[in-house]
Design a protein around this ligand. Structure first.
Ligand code: GLA
Length: 394
């Protein structure tokens, strides 16, 4: 959380919407997933953490039922308007479908806003990077509503409400990982979450002598969301075949051995490979967290690398840009592990790099990427931050 950014949002709020009344300031982080990819809609485990970059926001209640939004990232859009009587998805409204979706989801749960509001935001998460800028907007909106209207919901509820709005208002069939990682974030800890039960545990990330480096491919996700929904359907099809013999509710219930013994039930190599990824990635995530607890960061890194290979070959969600970044990372000295993170099809990679090599890593991987892809990648050395918060509270 950067106080200067928060002050900028407040100042811009006053310029655009006026300085009077009870204006409150908030922050919600972005997230990076360390391991456990495409497991959250398969009843498996994930291991994400919240970042110190995210979404800054200011809000004030209105006397009427209007909603007014302004994003400092999209100044050219000026003030966008809607109303609390008009919770209907409208593609033309662009990014404000996310906060409005959350307001709608609260209403579905019986929490009705009795007046409108003015909202100003500034995001420091690169757009379309796979670091969950949309889940961050959802969670900050939920946190604002909870604080300003006194809605009695927990942070875990904010995650579920955010996911519900994204699934049912914005039509992306995402799992719970992003919203959970953001709503439940804790500085210096990753969250080991069982997505089948929502049981979770914080695991301290003590990377003595190493840093988390994110490389953003700058390849925007275009078809990403529809391919994402395709992968979900492919896993559901594979699961349905396995259920003809096995009494399981999700692919996350299977060990590697059980999968190997029963994979012939799944006709077609594509469906089989999708299911194999879901099963092995879940088991890898459990093993990675065990390794981390035993301070065995080398094994953690190897499992990250295996995760990428499985996402590349079995799940087929990496694409050339992410493969070039990761394969260049693997060749560098001081790299403990590197993989794509998030949904894939563009977006970012996450690497763990020893302190002394971070600078040369950024230079060499950056050069290799530019030479092969033709445009640059951006690098961020990140810290693990807290979940959503009120910024201006005494
Ligand atoms: C996106 C989704 C998450 C998760 C990841 C892949 O970030 O929003 O729910 O499925 O992709 O692990």
């Amino acid at each position: 959380m950067d106080k200067n950014k928060s002050d900028l949002v407040r100042k811009t709020f006053e310029e655009v919407f006026g300085a009077e009344g009870d204006i409150r300031s908030y922050f919600a982080p972005g997230r990076v997933n360390l391991i456990g990819e495409h497991t959250d809609y398969n009843g498996g485990h994930v291991f994400p953490c919240a970042l110190t970059i995210g979404t800054y926001g200011c809000a004030r209640k209105r006397k009427d039922r209007k909603l007014r939004f302004y994003s400092i990232n999209f100044k050219h859009l000026k003030v966008l308007e809607s109303s609390i009587d008009d919770f209907v998805y409208n593609k033309k409204l662009g990014w404000i479908n996310y906060p409005i979706g959350v307001m709608w989801a609260f209403k579905e749960r019986g929490f009705e806003m009795d007046c409108g509001m003015d909202i100003m935001v500034l995001g420091t998460i690169p757009n379309g990077s796979g670091l969950s800028s949309s889940a961050s907007i959802e969670v900050i909106t939920g946190y604002m509503l909870k604080d300003m209207y006194g809605f009695d919901v927990s942070n875990q509820d904010l995650a579920l409400i955010g996911q519900f709005s994204e699934n049912n208002y914005n039509g992306v069939n995402c799992g719970i990982m992003d919203q959970f990682a953001i709503a439940m974030g804790k500085a210096d800890n990753a969250i080991f979450l069982d997505t089948a039960t929502l049981d979770y545990e914080y695991a301290p990330i003590k990377l003595e002598g190493a840093k988390i480096v994110i490389a953003c491919s700058n390849k925007k996700r275009g078809l990403g969301d529809s391919k994402y929904n395709d992968r979900r359907r492919e896993c559901e099809t594979a699961l349905a075949q396995l259920q003809k013999k096995l009494d399981i509710k999700s692919l996350g219930e299977l060990t590697e051995e059980e999968f190997e013994a029963n994979q012939d039930l799944i006709p077609g190599s594509v469906f089989r490979r999708r299911a194999r990824h879901a099963v092995y990635e879940n088991q890898r995530t459990v093993k990675a967290v065990e390794a981390l607890k035993a301070n065995d960061i080398e094994t953690f890194g190897k499992l990250m690398n295996e995760s990428h290979i499985s996402l590349r070959d079995d799940y087929e969600v990496t694409g050339r840009e992410l493969d070039v970044l990761v394969e260049a990372a693997w060749k560098q000295e001081g790299v403990i592990g590197s993989r794509m993170t998030g949904a894939g099809f563009g977006g970012c990679t996450v690497s763990i790099v020893k302190d002394d090599y971070v600078e040369s890593f950024i230079e060499k991987v950056g050069n290799a990427y530019k030479a092969r892809i033709g445009y640059r990648a951006d690098f961020y050395v990140v810290d693990i931050g807290d979940g959503p918060m009120r910024v201006d509270e005494a």
